[in-house]
Design a protein around this ligand. Structure first.
Ligand SMILES: [Fe+2]
Ligand SMILES: [Fe+2]
Length: 483
């Protein structure tokens, strides 16, 4: 697949109401449909997007084209005036489907009738996560560890809004009337709502403070990366091109999560070293987050995010693959026949009270494989975090719990697995779960640290400053202007 920016493309006409590189001006029906959807989107943003922020001027980047420099557009923006645009990676005329039953056929420029409902379901499920995360983060801006962090929160929020636009474009452009209805429904579901919740469980959880936010952007935005990467392989070319461009935005979201947790970890280690502390209560007494609490948040966010990969064994995943709708992570770089009819894949499950690996047909195990690819990348990030206590000479290391720990979906649901992989009774597991998962008390403690630090260059006591600012600006730059 071509790198972004290598191919020629439509220039963006910024005088348009909806900036785009899909030649919207020459598709009047689509343009009108999207212009009708736009006020509903803005209503949704005002109702459920970042609270009380309409007058803030935020130093944001806005995509104005899909080439490398298209991201270099930084400036102060009032968020309701952000230009949410439709950008697809430029088309490669020679692109072929490279896996499944349609391997070697030209990539589809339209939706094949036989895959219409499956593709719509894939797009709606992905699209639903985008507004959901904005809703989950709605109240975070009432507190902030710094202006730098506040700006990063809003950057993620507007880009998740743009990801919603990306999916809505596909629904309007390729799925007719039911696509338009799905696009409306995307603005009607609400994260955590009892009657009309978001589709996936992790997107109905609360993100009630900044530690949860950093964990979410590290763990859950990275699930987004892997799902988008699998869709970027799709034989349906517009979906592949849309998701490929979304991946460029996702990288920054994951950076915010990884560096946010790293900075909290660093501050805690600094205080522990300076004052020679080891007991969690003493550490908390200094107004920083104890390492044990950080570990419990890792356990929670990792386990709920693993559920997003779905059941390890899935006939849907097999159908999506053989149909050429959703590939594997890095499909082009995998050396096999890209049809998987004869391959097998080992999937862990509980048998007679023990966890064993069972080989199953690889086609049915694609969710498990994507999850394993994800876990490898997550582990690499955790290893980078662990250099921090190591540098401070502290013995503590963050560990990932076993994939079976605290699972609600797939082969481990209904089982009780300890973080170290022991299979336990329900009673034993529940008795110990408060040492493994964040308690209400942990949330209350972390919440108590969440002040509102808005003096440029100042940071909350519980978090270290970042190594550098945004867009080569100093850390003390005024990233958000009030009033
Ligand atoms: Fe997203
Ligand atoms: Fe994201």
């Amino acid at each position: 697949m071509a790198e972004i920016g290598e191919l020629t493309q439509q220039p963006i006409d910024y005088s348009q109401q909806i900036p785009n590189n899909v030649d919207l001006a020459n598709d009047r029906a689509l343009q009108r449909a999207l212009e009708r959807w736009q006020p509903a989107f803005l209503n949704w943003w005002n109702e459920t997007g970042p609270a009380n922020t309409a007058n803030l001027q935020v130093y944001l980047r806005t995509a104005v084209s899909v080439d490398r420099d298209g991201w270099a557009n930084f400036g102060y923006v009032r968020m309701p005036e952000y230009r949410w645009g439709i950008f697809l990676t430029p088309r490669d005329e020679n692109r072929k489907i490279h896996f499944g039953d349609h391997k070697e056929e030209p990539a589809w420029q339209d939706v094949p009738g036989e895959y219409r409902s499956q593709l719509r379901r894939i797009i709606v499920t992905q699209g639903d996560t985008e507004p959901a995360s904005v809703e989950q983060q709605r109240l975070l801006g009432a507190t902030c560890p710094s202006l730098y962090d506040l700006r990063n929160l809003f950057q993620v929020n507007v880009e998740e809004g743009r990801h919603l636009w990306a999916m809505v474009y596909l629904l309007h452009r390729y799925f007719g009337r039911d696509g338009r209805e799905e696009a409306e429904a995307l603005l009607q579901r609400r994260s955590g709502d009892a009657n009309n919740p978001r589709i996936l469980t992790a997107f109905n959880e609360k993100t009630s403070h900044w530690l949860a936010y950093y964990m979410f952007t590290f763990f859950t935005d990275r699930d987004g990366k892997f799902q988008l990467a699998a869709l970027a392989e799709s034989g349906f070319d517009p979906l592949a091109r849309t998701t490929r461009f979304m991946l460029t935005e996702e990288a920054h979201h994951m950076f915010i999560g990884e560096s946010g947790v790293a900075r909290a970890l660093q501050r805690t280690c600094e205080v522990m070293r300076e004052q020679d502390l080891s007991e969690p209560a003493q550490v908390r007494g200094q107004g920083v987050i104890d390492l044990e609490t950080l570990q419990r948040f890792v356990n929670f966010h990792y386990s709920v995010t693993l559920d997003l990969f779905g059941s390890e064994i899935s006939s849907n995943a097999a159908t999506y693959y053989t149909g050429g709708l959703k590939g594997r992570y890095g499909e082009a770089n995998i050396r096999d026949d890209h049809r998987l009819a004869a391959e097998s894949y080992a999937v862990p499950e509980v048998v007679n009270g023990n966890i064993v690996d069972r080989p199953v047909p690889a086609l049915t195990a694609l969710n498990a494989q994507l999850r394993d690819d994800y876990t490898r990348e997550i582990q690499a990030g955790v290893d980078r975090w662990n250099r921090i206590p190591e540098q401070f000479g502290l013995p503590f290391r963050i560990t990932l719990p076993h994939v079976g720990f605290h699972r609600k979906i797939g082969s481990f649901s209904g089982h009780h697995i300890a973080p170290d992989g022991r299979v336990m009774s329900k009673e034993d597991w529940e008795r110990q779960s408060t040492t493994w998962l964040p308690s209400d008390g942990d949330h209350a403690f972390v919440g108590s640290l969440m002040g509102r630090v808005i003096e440029p260059g100042k940071f909350a006591n519980w978090i270290a400053p970042p190594a550098r600012g945004i867009n080569n600006l100093p850390v003390e730059f005024e990233y958000v202007r009030f009033g």
